[in-house]
Design a binder for this molecule. Structure first.
Ligand SMILES: Cc1ncc(COP(=O)(O)O)c(C=O)c1O
Length: 381
């Protein structure tokens, strides 16, 4: 198997499996129980929250464990939008047009509830600019939303600049940091934002575990509880905590923090090799997204005149796993909304582009095999 779809999900690494297994067997107590095995599980949870806070350089009191980034994005955005409107601040939200569906569909819901949404499209250089957010801002604007790294094309958005501007304007600012966490060496204490989110399965931990950091600059903007019940997660998200997965997720991020330079170097190396090989084999292609500001592990490539859906089938038969469009759209292969936002004038690009994303186990031999299949596909046409 050649897996080149790490932006969709990552395999759980051995060390993380071990951490989870140990916790499942040895720390099965309910963290809310008052006897010793409950208290020791609670202690592990508290320590994991502290470790995550240290890794991200944020306050442990601002971390909420969730089931993943879809839940976290829904929660952070709805809570801030609805409370800001209730406090009479306005009803207008500005968002990049290239967000994940967990953000976009939340905004569709809010639009139906009477909010006004402005979408900022990438400009002709493939950039989503802070200047465009500022220009679209008006009296009724309450918040801005931008992802750190786009999951389909790998573009890095100017979230640090946006955050400073949002703070100056007293707007809430939400960042989906899913594709940056564990991949980019960022100090999140320098990211001025009122909320950001992460998801374990994007960095070698299991699916179904993630977190939100909520740190409003306006203390009136309290987080609205998501689930009522036994009062876990500071009374904001009740339900017995999934301690083994929390421990596994934090372990995964700790390991990546230690390896960050070597992994980045590895991804840069693979990136150069990929484009060298495409050129050497005279495969007609263009890169999608913003090549000047991107992560080296996500590559979205327009393969001219090749239907991505057909190429994907051939790759699948050859045991090579890549994607076209977003895997998160429940297995569907409709034209990518992200590519439509980038290239409204070039419909061929929407259906003739594929995404490859590397992980720490990816090799040049994987890329060679991928190239062989593209050549086979071209020959068969
Ligand atoms: C940028 C981005 N945001 C949010 C999500 C959703 O995360 P989860 O699978 O944890 O719900 C994904 C997953 O593909 C993503 O890539």
């Amino acid at each position: 198997m050649i897996y080149l779809d790490y932006a969709a999900t990552t395999p759980v690494r051995d060390e993380v499996v071990q951490t989870i297994q140990e916790a499942l067997i040895e720390s099965f107590g309910n963290p809310s129980s008052t006897y010793r095995i409950g208290k020791s599980t609670k202690y592990l949870l508290t320590q994991a929250r502290k470790s995550l806070a240290n890794l991200l350089n944020v306050s442990e009191h601002d971390i909420f464990f969730t089931s993943g980034a879809t839940e976290s994005n829904n929660w952070a955005i709805r809570s801030q939008a609805e409370l800001a409107r209730k406090l009479g601040k306005g009803n207008h939200i500005i968002v990049s047009a290239i967000e994940h569906p967990s953000v976009m569909e939340t905004l569709v819901f809010l639009e139906q509830e009477g909010f006004e949404i402005t979408y900022i499209h990438p400009n002709s250089d493939g950039e989503v600019t802070a200047a465009a957010f500022v220009k679209a801002t008006k009296d009724q604007t309450i918040g801005w939303i931008a992802m750190a790294v786009n999951n389909e094309v790998g573009s890095i958005l100017p979230v640090f600049e946006l955050g400073e501007l949002a703070r100056e304007k007293s707007l809430w600012f939400h960042v989906d940091a899913v594709q940056a966490l564990g991949h980019l060496d960022w100090d999140y204490s320098e990211l001025a934002c009122t909320s950001f989110v992460g998801s374990g399965h994007k960095f070698y931990a299991p699916k179904g575990i993630g977190f939100m950091v909520y740190q409003p600059w306006d203390k009136q903007m309290k987080l609205t509880p998501l689930i009522f019940g036994g009062g876990q997660e500071a009374n904001k998200r009740s339900g017995t905590e999934n301690v083994p997965y929390v421990l596994g997720m934090v372990r995964a991020l700790e390991l990546l923090a230690e390896e960050k330079n070597s992994i980045l170097e590895h991804h840069n190396d693979l990136q150069n090799y990929l484009y060298d090989q495409l050129n050497q084999h005279q495969i007609a292609f263009e890169r999608n997204g913003n090549p000047k500001a991107k992560v080296p592990y996500i590559h979205n490539i327009w393969l001219k005149d090749l239907m991505a859906s057909q190429l994907l089938i051939l790759m699948d038969l050859a045991g090579i796993y890549i994607s076209a469009g977003s895997a998160c759209s429940a297995g569907s292969l409709t034209d990518s909304k992200i590519l439509k936002a980038y290239y409204p004038e070039t419909p061929e690009r929407w259906s003739q582009s594929i995404r490859l994303s590397f992980g720490k186990e990816s090799t040049k031999a994987d890329i060679d095999k991928f190239i062989i299949q593209i050549k086979k596909f071209i020959e068969r046409k």
